[in-house]
Design a protein around this ligand. Structure first.
Ligand code: CP
Ligand code: NVA
Length: 303
């Protein structure tokens, strides 16, 4: 049984295959070539947290591949509290062919994947966001012709999005640098996982964003306060103040440098309007690529 829970579970060949397939599916969609690859299949979506991109791109992607999707709000399903994770997954395995879940605790995904009999897709957890990471690298490939050898400087929190992208970069021959305030970098658990399963060269962590972006092909940012961390918001606003991606910071990067953001953007916090709406920003192309990347994942798991 294959799942899509973390990019670290995939080999470089598998990741490359998904990127090639995503590009093919994007082209087919642009040409309006009909697909029936998911005909008769039902994909469930259980979301404990809000979403625009993940939910809508999965629902549209399933429809474009000839399948059906079913949205289930997390508070209705009650993962782990209305019934046990094992009882939930053994039951829902009878009804749907795959399940996309957005959860607070990554352990919830492991509990469901380990007890059901259908593929599980991580639609974001506190630990990782592999669908985002795949779409991010697809976007880098489109922007530069190849992702190999490119340097991504992630300016912000060493969070779920940063971990997935760092792993994708490590697998596919890209450099990843994390520019963050002291105390907001990658933790030891990620470090030992990465060095054991991806590469002994762990991504560099720096605390000076200006020095970091000097070698950047891409500056990447994400919200400073992720969903589930709302109680830390005031403290984080203070600690990340000098890590804003603004025109001044972008001017320190090479002139070809692009800006990515997984969105939603908190304009005026981690990124300013001039950068979001400027020529270097490819965040909406990146958001569009969620659709194509996830269609490749669905076919990989279900075809
Ligand atoms: N980037 C992302 O996952 O967006 P949503 O939270 O809107 O799904
Ligand atoms: N790091 C953010 C990503 C949102 C898509 C969060 O987890 O809220």
């Amino acid at each position: 049984m294959k799942h899509f829970l973390n990019l670290i579970d995939l080999t470089a060949d598998e990741l490359s295959h998904l990127l090639t397939e995503a590009a093919r599916l994007k082209d087919a969609q642009a040409r309006r070539i009909p697909s029936h690859s998911l005909s008769g299949r039902v994909v469930g979506l259980v979301f404990e947290k809000p979403s625009l991109r993940t939910r809508v791109s999965f629902e549209s992607g399933v429809a474009q591949l000839g399948g059906t999707s079913l949205y289930l709000p997390g508070n209705e399903v009650g993962l782990g509290w209305r019934e046990s994770l094992a009882d939930f997954s053994r039951t829902i395995s009878n009804y749907v062919d795959a399940l996309v879940l957005r959860v607070y605790r990554h352990e919830t995904l492991d509990g469901i994947a380990g007890t059901g009999s259908i593929p599980i897709i991580n639609g974001l957890s506190d630990w990782s966001h592999p669908c985002q990471g795949l779409a991010d690298i697809l976007t880098v490939r489109e922007l530069f012709g190849t992702e190999t050898g490119r340097t991504i400087v992630f300016v912000g929190d060493g969070n779920n999005v940063a971990r997935s992208l760092a792993v994708g970069c490590g697998r596919l021959g890209m450099r990843f640098v994390l520019a963050c305030p002291i105390g907001y970098g990658f933790d030891d658990r990620f470090k030992s996982q990465y060095t054991a399963q991806v590469s002994p060269d762990f991504p560099r962590e720096v605390n000076d964003p200006i020095a970091a972006v000097k070698g950047a092909d891409v500056i990447y940012t994400d919200v400073w306060t992720s969903m589930g961390q709302e109680a830390e918001r005031e403290e984080r606003l203070r600690r990340f103040e000098s890590f804003q991606v603004n025109g001044e910071l972008l001017a320190k990067a090479p002139s070809h440098c692009k800006v990515l953001h997984c969105l939603p953007a908190h304009r005026g916090e981690e990124i300013t309007d001039d950068v979001m709406d400027g020529a270097a920003c490819a965040a909406f192309q990146q958001a569009g690529n969620r659709l194509h990347a996830q269609k490749a994942v669905l076919e990989w798991l279900l075809k």
